[in-house]
Write a protein that binds this ligand. Structure first.
Ligand code: XUL
Ligand code: CO
Length: 437
């Protein structure tokens, strides 16, 4: 069989002392952490759009990425030809899952009929490769943001015909995801927002977005798709404001439009920071609502104000993410999808491997550190202790809504003055550092 990465061996675990950049230092897929193999904790996925389709251009410069397997055309043949390259990449990186947009894997063509036929053909090919390799689809999605017809929105376009085009694309992307046994399906609304409120009927647009989601829920049921539906929050870029701006806005939107039972959130680190939050914050908000589904694993750059989609290499960050995933009992349908791209300067195919190895090792360390912190128990105990006054008769009664204002007034008058204890932030920060080794 032809190899597209002849100089890259299968990446294997070689331990923390390894000096070979084409080995894992920490990711040991079958190693059990807390009784579960690392690969099942982490459920890594590669993003088709970044690995296969990202030429690494930026707003000031043309693409730099070398892709010797790609003829540069938008033909169906070229699309089919990319598939074995991608599966060789997944195999060599030991990545078990992948994610795609309809338009990453198959060309648009001149009409919707051609677009759908192309997707069906490519889906067949993806299925054959999945079967032969054992790789799985974490989620699929429809690209409702790249084509000029979506310049003013897809579901939130002022044109009902654009809404219909978006619906048509969602139908076929959902069916392709179903045919490939996808564990989930994502909605990310890059154009579902506005450039200016001067020309925007916000209430009507949001209702249209909700309607597209309702249509997808109904269709998923009709075709027997049991995967999880997700919304992926992001505050802006490309639109000035996107309706799915952060976890809290998404949850409110889902609740308001009666969709909360059908959706979870796919949280992306760089989107959290663009929203002015930490990833931990977004995760806590989602988890509190029972709605954390999946993670797009990347990071931003504090010196750049846009979505740089860098590979996650910060151990503090991966530790914080894994702490929350472990506390919630682990990922089920979701995974850690590297929605991340190499820097424009890292244009050689081998850089794809270095990038993913780094991200996987960073999460493997985060997992082990988080597991050790939770087994140690001091962090969770400190949290429990901090709220212990609520574990009293009076605290419980308030939490169960069994106290009136009059009763609380009487209770308060019986206390001399409430006593506050230190929050111990620095001590807890030191505790985390004890484990970052
Ligand atoms: C864009 C982004 C998307 C979604 C899927 O910032 O994150 O790639 O993950 O459409
Ligand atoms: Co993403």
């Amino acid at each position: 069989m032809k190899s597209y990465f002849p100089n890259v061996p299968r990446i294997e675990y070689a331990g923390p002392r390894s000096k070979d950049p084409l080995t894992f230092k920490h990711y040991n897929p079958s190693l059990k952490v807390g009784g579960k193999a690392m690969r099942d904790h982490l459920r890594f996925a590669a993003a088709y759009w970044h690995v296969m389709r990202n030429g690494l251009s930026d707003p000031f410069g043309s693409p730099t990425a070398l892709m010797p397997w790609d003829d540069g055309s938008d033909s169906l043949d070229n699309a089919l030809h990319r598939i074995p390259v991608f599966f060789e990449f997944l195999d060599k990186c030991q990545i078990d899952f992948y994610c795609f947009h309809d338009r990453d894997v198959s060309p648009e063509g001149d009409t919707l009929d051609v677009a759908h036929a192309n997707l069906a053909r490519v889906t067949k090919e993806l299925k054959a490769h999945q079967r032969a390799s054992g790789k799985k689809l974490l989620w699929g999605t429809a690209c409702l943001f790249a084509h000029p017809r979506f310049a003013q929105g897809a579901a939130t376009s002022p044109s009902v015909d654009v809404f219909a085009y978006a619906a048509s694309q969602v139908r076929h992307a959902l069916e392709a995801t179903h045919a490939l046994g996808g564990k989930g399906y994502v909605f990310w609304g890059g154009r579902e927002g506005y450039a200016t409120l001067l020309n925007t009927d916000l209430k009507r647009e949001q209702a249209h977005l909700a309607e597209l989601l309702h249509l997808a829920v109904k269709h998923a049921k009709q075709i027997g798709f049991k995967g999880q539906l997700y919304i992926e929050p992001k505050p802006r870029e490309p639109s000035t404001h996107q309706y799915d701006s952060d976890a809290a806005a998404c949850l409110n939107f889902l609740r308001e439009h009666d969709l909360l039972d059908h959706f979870k959130l796919n949280l992306e680190t760089n989107h959290a920071t663009l929203a002015g939050h930490s990833m931990e914050h977004e995760m806590e908000v989602a988890i509190a609502a029972g709605a954390l589904g999946s993670v797009d694993a990347n990071r931003g750059d504090t010196l750049l104000g846009w979505d740089t989609d860098q590979f996650p290499t910060d151990i503090y960050l991966t530790t914080q993410i894994m702490l929350r995933i472990l506390r919630m009992g682990g990922l089920t349908t979701g995974g850690l999808n590297f929605d991340a791209k190499r820097r424009r300067e890292s244009h050689e195919p081998i850089d794809l491997f270095y990038a993913h190895i780094g991200g996987m090792d960073a999460f493997a360390r985060g997992l082990q550190i988080a597991d050790a912190i939770l087994r140690d128990g001091r962090l969770d105990e400190a949290l429990r202790q901090r709220y212990r006054t609520w574990d009293t008769v009076i605290g419980r009664k308030i939490e169960k809504r069994k106290m009136s204002l009059v009763e609380l007034d009487e209770y308060a008058r019986g206390i001399r003055s409430p006593k506050l204890e230190s929050g111990r932030q620095e001590m807890l920060e030191n505790l985390i550092n004890e484990y970052i080794r």
